[in-house]
Design a protein around this ligand. Structure first.
Ligand SMILES: *Cc1c(COP(=O)(O)O)cnc(C)c1O
Length: 445
């Protein structure tokens, strides 16, 4: 009797729980609140970031504003889809729309750069480079790249990177006197060490890359030449920097820097390396590609093929040059004496302020950049002698050479007033008011 009562109670509890579950499931499927309703904390933080990007001179040279169209493509139902493999050779069903999206991205990138093959699946610039190692190297092989303290990238064999611990890295440098890459040193080291991969490209090198000279060295020492154009991809397609196509065996890049696309990476090459690269990306290194980002890249590649984008790329360089001249006129010491591209490296030693203190003061003054080592820096990387700044993002907002005097003036005031909070705030207010006339694309404020 007691036992029968208890099982009846259990049965009722289970029924109630099941009814409750079905009701909640029905509610969630009908009720799909927007971000502000679902997660006010995250919504408020994103709103704050939008305002910050609206109100500041964003001068970190690797950053930009992606268009609304690019961002819409990225944040879509494509995020829900798995598509391991390549178009028409997938491991999952339901690729009726994914395949043409990835093919459009790939074909537009190929046309934009004028290459035979493009892999648009790398999640970002670093995985793109790792895939190249996997395609061509065995652990322990020798690789060469510009040393990190001289403007190279971590993934070109720097010690703390996986590329510096699984491979034997021989970094090359810039000259002490003019801060240009020492091609004689590159050749000597390359002939001596016979690297499997020779990287050219960097993150803080303000000068033009001589891809033909690197190609000749790579040919003579038997290396695969990898041009990493992460920073300058937009300048290359816009005709504002020479193209590595025809010189480099493989080209890697991010898609979110001067190219103004979504966060992502890509690898370009001729037909002879197409299969090795594709195999290295998938199944070698990655699983399912981020098709939302790939759709965003398709949109960005379409935008980058326009005359307006060509004009943009040239304006980026013209602005950087004008800014460099305006800073030099105020006594700032530019690494290599100036710039050929979108970025400037300023050595603040003669201004008696460290790069970090200056960067923090500039940020409070509404000028966002980063502290950076300068070549042969006597200071530590966490508090180096320089700052790095560039013009890609402010040029996207429509600033031109004529504005660079003004920007240099604010820069100078902020560096001089690094300890004066009120003065920094005054600059920040002026910057914000000025930028009101130059709306940024893609922001939701
Ligand atoms: C930015 C950059 C990368 C890495 O890109 P992530 O997207 O940050 O992984 C690689 N190489 C160079 C030269 C870069 O400037």
């Amino acid at each position: 009797m007691v036992q029968r009562k208890r099982s009846e109670r259990v049965r009722r509890t289970l029924l109630r729980a099941r009814a409750d579950f079905i009701l909640r499931a029905a509610m969630t499927s009908l009720h799909d609140p927007d971000l502000a309703a679902a997660d006010p904390a995250i919504a408020a933080l994103i709103h704050g970031e939008n305002e910050r990007q609206r109100d500041k001179l964003r001068m970190i040279p690797s950053e930009n504003y992606a268009s609304r169209a690019v961002q819409e493509a990225c944040g879509s139902a494509l995020n829900n889809k798995y598509s391991e493999g390549y178009a028409r050779k997938r491991y999952y069903e339901g690729q009726q729309f994914i395949d043409p999206i990835e093919e459009l991205a790939r074909d537009r990138v190929k046309a934009l750069f004028g290459v035979a093959h493009a892999n648009v699946q790398p999640y970002s610039g670093s995985p793109a480079n790792l895939a190249v190692y996997f395609a061509f190297c065995k652990p322990g092989d020798t690789v060469m790249g510009l040393g990190l303290p001289h403007g190279g990238h971590l993934t070109h064999g720097w010690s703390v990177s996986i590329t510096g611990s699984y491979f034997k890295s021989v970094p090359y440098s810039v000259r002490r006197d003019d801060h240009r890459i020492d091609l004689d040193e590159v050749r000597t080291l390359a002939m001596q060490h016979r690297p499997r991969l020779l990287f050219c490209g960097g993150t803080a090198y303000p000068r033009t890359w001589d891809f033909a000279a690197f190609a000749s060295i790579a040919k003579d020492c038997g290396a695969v030449l990898v041009a990493d154009i992460a920073h300058i991809a937009g300048l290359v397609v816009g005709g504002a920097h020479p193209s590595p196509v025809g010189h480099a065996d493989v080209i890697t890049s991010t898609t979110h820097k001067t190219l103004r696309g979504p966060r992502g990476g890509m690898i370009l090459c001729g037909p002879e390396h197409a299969q090795a690269i594709d195999k290295a990306v998938f199944p070698g290194l990655q699983g399912g590609p981020h098709e939302g980002s790939i759709a965003g890249l398709a949109v960005a590649a379409k935008e980058a093929g326009t005359d307006a984008f060509r004009a943009y790329a040239h304006q980026v360089v013209a602005n950087a040059r004008a800014l460099g001249e305006a800073l030099a006129a105020r006594g700032y010491d530019l690494v290599s004496g100036g710039t050929d591209n979108h970025l400037l490296l300023v050595d603040l030693t003669t201004k008696n302020i460290s790069g970090k203190l200056a960067a923090k003061a500039l940020d409070r003054a509404g000028i966002e950049l980063n502290y950076n080592t300068v070549p042969y820096d006597p200071r530590k990387p966490f508090d180096p002698s320089g700052v790095r700044l560039g013009t890609p993002a402010i040029t996207t907002r429509g600033l031109a050479e004529a504005h660079m005097e003004q920007v240099a003036g604010w820069f100078d005031r902020a560096v001089r007033a690094a300890a004066d909070e009120a003065a920094l705030e005054a600059v920040s207010a002026e910057v914000k008011a000025f930028l009101g006339d130059y709306p940024a694309p893609g922001l939701s404020v």
